[in-house]
Design a protein around this ligand. Structure first.
Ligand code: RP5
Length: 164
């Protein structure tokens, strides 16, 4: 199985990435995690992206806040799919990071999830890996079914309470 690369701009982003790692653990997806910054460690971030395909990664999650160039900088140096997580924080509380991550120029895509969207980033990464992993695809189908059953159970409880 190809690994998911997880890169964050600072250890202050770690709580968001922990949610992603927990979801990948639940699904049995392999990953490797690093703190590399587009601004503070540009050489390491670039080298990670340049070597990611050869190092067995199938996609990369990149999370950063404020002037969030990390996902774009990673995407500039690999043709692996890159999933960007804009992180909350700073004067604009994540809006700056959202725009910096999502508004990529034509030619260098970043699949941007919601601000602090660690869980969806992990699910999208798992869906990418599952293109060539039928067992993982089955786990994702089972999770969807289980999530739907949870909603319908709550609906049934609400009906019982309100619609007598
Ligand atoms: C970004 O600046 C990081 O991704 C983080 O979200 C934000 C603040 O970083 P720290 O000052 O907490 O290290 O580069």
């Amino acid at each position: 199985m190809k690994k998911v690369g997880i890169v964050m701009g600072s250890d202050s982003d770690l709580p968001i990435l922990r949610k992603a790692m927990d979801m990948l653990d639940t699904l049995g997806v392999l990953y490797e995690t690093h703190i590399y910054s587009a601004h503070r460690t540009p050489v390491e971030a670039r080298d990670f992206a340049l070597n990611a395909r050869a190092n067995g990664f199938g996609c990369i999650i990149a999370a950063a806040g404020m002037a969030a160039h990390l996902a774009g900088a990673i995407a500039a140096n690999t043709t692996l799919p890159v999933i960007g997580i804009p992180c909350k924080g700073g004067m604009m509380d994540g809006l700056d990071a959202l725009l910096a991550t999502v508004q990529m120029p034509s030619g260098i895509p970043v699949a941007t999830v919601a601000v602090n969207g660690g869980v969806n980033a992990a699910l999208l990464a798992a869906q990418i890996i599952a293109v060539s992993e039928p067992e993982l695809a089955e786990k994702l189908d089972a999770k969807r079914a289980s999530d739907a059953a949870t909603v319908l159970k709550k609906d049934a409880a609400l009906q019982a309470e309100l619609n007598k």
